[in-house]
Design a protein around this ligand. Structure first.
Ligand SMILES: Nc1ncnc2c1ncn2[C@@H]1O[C@H](COP(=O)(O)OP(=O)(O)OP(=O)(O)O)[C@@H](O)[C@H]1O
Ligand SMILES: [Mg+2]
Length: 252
């Protein structure tokens, strides 16, 4: 049995008085892709943002329970959230490159850390863009604006930007929903490559995508974790009626 890399225990989250996550308990496993699925508003993004404490940035949020990572509760006051977000990086629905060159986008986090050695930066750019499956498309225009790339290329540059700070876990919130099918396919291939070296958690509304690329799937409804299992079981032999109805496309 592989050991979990993240353990969520009894996680409750409120936005003011509204409860958005109800007692979530689940483990995530290394070198796997785990998909979070469920209808709009069920709490997928909220759960994902809890994992690198992005919800701390929202004033009305209260959280109880724990998320254990490397033997420590990430909600412990000792935890440095800037460091945490380097280890647990995030990619969003809309590709959000900075209005700089491709090169400067990728080295952004390293520059913030004070890295000045050009050889180190060059190496990080090449390695990260290769890992994000976009090196060949951009290697001759590293100093052009990232905003001049297609949406799918921008999203892979954003993935490279996350990789450059050497995370262990990457959170992706509907990373392909703003992309055309071909660009989405390239991003999916990238994610499958990345799981050799990283742990990936992906929110998706696309059932085909979840079944194509994820190892495990969690189905959420109204802030509850309804069912969590290996992806095949969720799609082929779901144990709960709600899961069956959702994966059959009856609601959501
Ligand atoms: N910043 C916020 N302030 C107040 N309520 C919020 C906030 N963000 C989310 N919510 C509420 O929490 C619940 C869960 O929202 P969340 O965005 O996590 O859902 P989701 O499953 O990601 O939905 P979608 O598929 O539409 O992205 C919803 O009822 C939503 O209205
Ligand atoms: Mg969402």
């Amino acid at each position: 049995m592989t050991e979990a890399i993240l353990q969520i225990r009894d996680l409750d989250l409120f936005y003011s008085k509204k409860q958005a996550l109800n007692h979530i308990t689940m483990d995530f496993y290394p070198n796997e892709i785990t998909a979070l699925i469920g209808p709009s508003g069920c709490g997928k993004s909220t759960l994902l943002r809890s994992i690198n404490r992005m919800n701390d940035l929202i004033e009305t949020v209260t959280i109880t329970g724990s998320i254990m990572y490397k033997g420590e509760n990430i909600y412990s006051p000792k935890v440095d959230t800037v460091e945490l977000r380097k280890e647990i990086g995030m990619v969003f629905q809309q590709p959000n490159p900075f209005p700089f060159s491709i090169y400067e986008n990728v080295v952004y986090g390293l520059r913030l850390k004070g890295e000045r050695d050009k050889a180190v930066l060059d190496e990080a750019v090449e390695t990260s863009l290769k890992a994000a499956n976009i090196w060949d498309e951009v290697k001759d225009k590293l100093h052009s604006s990232a905003l001049g790339l297609s949406g799918g290329q921008q999203q892979r540059v954003c993935i490279a930007r996350v990789l450059a700070v050497k995370p262990a876990i990457i959170l992706l919130d509907e990373p392909t929903s703003a992309l055309d099918p071909i660009s989405s396919g390239r991003v999916e291939e990238t994610l499958l490559e990345l799981k050799k070296n990283y742990t990936l958690l992906i929110v998706t509304h696309n059932m085909q995508q979840a079944s194509r690329i994820s190892d495990r799937t969690a189905f959420m409804l109204n802030g509850d974790l309804i069912e969590y299992n290996d992806t095949k079981s969720i799609f082929l032999t779901p144990q709960k009626q709600e899961t069956e109805d959702y994966v059959a496309g009856k609601f959501g």
